[in-house]
Design a protein around this ligand. Structure first.
Ligand code: SF4
Length: 329
């Protein structure tokens, strides 16, 4: 679980599931061995708002509305390789939802003065990700210079890195920062081989956490500016709260919303013309989807015999998201 240390504003909203994740590009100038990006995103110039593929900036606004976002976390790849894109999206988000829509930017670069000027007023919080090679000399690095300049310009500034051996070297940078976020190191499909080469292994078969990661960060976690973000917290609190917000805004009257924020409904693929079945259903308990009827799941359980066709129950992420389970009846 997260520590009791004070969090950045971005983290507070994240805990409430109120932060949209805006992935602005999968391109990156670095090649971190622990990079957690999936095959679908790594190295590809694609944009996602949460899990929604973005074809037009209006998709971002639509996704933010669906989940009732109070803020946005900009990530990648390396977002600053697409600075114009970042500026354009942030401008649109602030114009639509107001300046109080909190935006944090995660970057592996050390933004210079010119870049910071372009981000001022659009990005509230910057999370620098210096590479582990520069941690032992962090105060002599461009990241330290960037942190000082950003803080002077009014940004909330922090470092956000995965827990790796040697992370204690970052203690030297704490006086320059508002926060230091440490993410539990996570096992991923594209970095599994590099992890094995280093003798690392997953904590268990259920979670993505890498065994021992917490231990490397333990001493730093006593500092009030340090916030530990566990893999379980990301999966079970952050994601669940976001799904619940989206479900609250988008579920149909007959969708059952679970404690995990998923929605459950029944489906009939009729063997007769759909119009013949509709009079058997009550208003508000179904939707005619053309080739099938989506209906309250309990209608199928209670009265399935009266409704000829292939019937099953679907559990999925809200707003047409990922299917979790299909149970045939
Ligand atoms: S900076 Fe981030 S996106 Fe780029 S390679 Fe490293 S972990 Fe991956």
């Amino acid at each position: 679980m997260a520590t009791k240390n004070p969090r950045s504003n971005g983290c507070v909203l994240c805990r409430r599931g109120a932060k949209m994740v805006l992935f602005v590009t999968g391109r990156c100038h670095r090649a971190c061995w622990y990079c957690p990006l999936s095959r679908e995103r790594k190295g590809r110039d694609v944009v996602y708002a949460n899990e929604r593929r973005v074809a037009d900036p209006s998709d971002i606004i639509e996704e933010a509305r669906c989940m009732g976002a109070l803020g946005t976390g900009i990530t990648g790849g390396e977002p600053l390789l697409e600075l114009d894109r970042v500026v354009g999206y942030c401008t649109r988000l602030k114009d639509t939802f107001g300046s109080e829509h909190q935006i944090h930017l995660y970057t592996g670069m050390a933004p210079d003065g010119e870049t910071l000027v372009r981000l001022r007023g659009l990005v509230d919080e910057i999370r620098l990700h210096p590479p582990p090679e520069c941690w032992p000399r962090i105060l002599e690095s461009d990241y330290a210079r960037s942190a000082v300049a950003a803080r002077r310009m009014g940004f909330s500034i922090g470092i956000e890195v995965p827990a790796l051996p040697g992370i204690e070297d970052l203690a030297a940078a704490l006086p320059l920062l508002d926060f230091l976020n440490i993410n539990e190191l996570e096992w991923g499909e594209t970095c599994a081989a590099a992890m094995r080469e280093r003798g690392l292994e997953p904590e268990d078969g259920l979670h993505n956490a890498v065994k021992g990661s917490r231990r490397w960060a333990e001493r730093l976690c006593g500092d009030p500016k340090v916030h530990w973000c566990s893999s379980v917290f990301k999966d079970s609190v952050q994601l669940r709260e976001r799904l619940k917000r989206t479900a609250a805004n988008t579920a149909r009257p007959f969708d059952e919303v679970t404690d995990d924020g998923t929605v459950v409904y029944g489906v009939i693929e009729p063997k007769c013309p759909i119009d013949a079945l509709l009079p058997l259903l009550e208003e508000g308990e179904f939707e005619d989807c053309g080739d099938r009827i989506e209906v309250a799941w309990w209608v199928l359980v209670d009265r399935g015999d009266e409704l000829p066709g292939t019937k099953y129950i679907v559990e999925r992420y809200p707003n047409g998201g990922m299917i979790v389970e299909v149970t045939p009846l």
